[in-house]
Unconditional design. Structure first.
Length: 423
């Protein structure tokens, strides 16, 4: 009954869906109840609670002080964090220099206002684009992404921003070609080029553009990315790229040492590491799986409709990298919104249930551990959340991708056949 309600277009089920949204809000308040108590205690004691957004804000402050390169040296960044906030957290800065331009903008207002504006505006934009792509079934996608949405709001991460940019690019790629010249198909490359801030999340889309021969969009994306890199070089100096390379080398070491919170990561690499396998073995498996996923995107580009191929390519982007977190999963929602119309038409009830369950559990796994088990004292907390190393998100997302590919192959078409986006 619930599955039928969620798969019903919103226009045909307004009142039940409104009640369902209210239930989701109440559930969110319950999940945040313990965290709000902890946060209030920390504020009362005068201790700053460092979250991911603080790394953005601090990197922006360093950029304004003419020390943008300092953020890329972990020891120096931790020192600045301690000096600024009075406490630290494991938050290495490994974003490309163009992201520092965004961070500099975020550092202009006060921290609270900056967090509210960044999170609120990017969330609103993401939901608007998601609704435009989901063909009246945005509620279903939002439910599957419910935990990642809460996580992203909680830590002030950039998952909504990347989901918005990827969604805008996909919206431009699947829309009808008719319209004003300034919104022509090539302009889909602008938001995709802005994804230079996290380029590994558009790897699959890049493969899609090559397979489908969308050279106009690809060239526009490359031009935008190159322009942003040039602006960052002018703003921070050529040495910023050497500092960035050093940060990447440090992050590779941190990843091999298991210093990142594996329970919140969504890659096969993290799952294998959390199971006790050596870093080299886990990385080898990640590399082989990435090649298989890339091959699936190429095959989809040759046999499936443009919309379904693009959806698979979006999802594949997150699965190819060993470095991905639960707050990156809004991008998965964009891919799911693209393929959902044909999934509902081609998949059985059991297949859809398995698909939805895998995506939901993958997104909620880290949140359940950190918010409920640890906070209620059901697991040891001697080293904080670092004790919660188990993750199943990577295998679940890989299984969801394989199931999607299997379902969509039933509707294979000629390479040049395309479908317009449903209105």
């Amino acid at each position: 009954m619930l599955l039928r309600l969620l798969e019903t277009p919103a226009a045909a089920a307004r009142r039940p869906l409104a009640l369902f949204h209210i239930c989701l809000v109440l559930f969110a308040l319950v999940l945040f109840g313990v965290d709000i108590t902890d946060f209030g205690s920390a504020v009362a004691s005068g201790q700053h609670v460092v979250v991911d957004f603080d790394a953005f804000y601090l990197a922006g402050k360093l950029a304004w002080a003419g020390e943008a390169g300092r953020a890329y040296d972990y020891a120096s960044f931790v020192s600045a964090m301690q000096h600024t906030f009075g406490t630290t957290n494991f938050l290495p800065w490994t974003y490309p220099p163009p992201f520092a331009l965004l961070a500099a903008g975020l550092a202009i207002p006060a921290r609270g206002w900056s967090y509210a504006a960044f999170t609120g505006v990017s969330l609103a934009g993401f939901l608007i684009v998601l609704r435009a792509l989901a063909a009246g079934r945005a509620t279903l996608v939002m439910l599957l992404l419910y935990a990642p949405i809460l996580v992203t709001i909680k830590c002030g991460q950039n998952g909504f921003l990347t989901g918005l940019l990827v969604g805008l690019g996909c919206l431009g790629l699947v829309r009808r070609r008719a319209g004003p010249a300034w919104v022509g198909p090539a302009w889909a490359g602008v938001p995709l080029g802005l994804m230079i801030i996290k380029p590994h999340l558009v790897l699959g889309i890049g493969i899609y553009l090559v397979v489908r021969r969308r050279w106009d969009v690809a060239l526009m994306a490359l031009a935008v990315a190159a322009a942003l890199c040039g602006v960052a070089t002018l703003a921070f100096g050529g040495g910023i790229w050497a500092a960035f390379r050093l940060a990447l080398e440090q992050s590779q070491g941190f990843l091999a040492q298991g210093r990142y919170p594996l329970y919140r990561m969504v890659s096969l690499y993290a799952a294998l590491r959390s199971a006790g396998l050596a870093a080299s073995v886990a990385m080898a498996v990640q590399g082989v799986s990435a090649l298989v996923i890339v091959g699936a995107v190429v095959a989809a580009g040759l046999r499936l409709s443009a919309r379904n191929c693009l959806g698979l390519a979006v999802i594949a982007s997150l699965l190819t990298s060993p470095y991905g977190y639960d707050y990156d999963l809004p991008v998965i929602g964009i891919g799911l919104a693209l393929v959902l119309p044909d999934v509902l038409r081609l998949a059985s009830r059991y297949e859809r249930g398995a698909l939805y369950g895998a995506i939901f559990v993958a997104g909620a796994f880290g949140l359940v551990q950190s918010t409920i088990w640890l906070r209620l004292g059901l697991v040891p907390s001697s080293d904080g959340v670092r004790d919660l190393r188990l993750t199943l998100a990577g295998p679940l997302l890989a299984a969801a991708f394989a199931l999607l590919f299997h379902i969509l192959r039933r509707d294979a078409v000629a390479p040049d056949a395309t479908r317009s986006m449903p209105t």
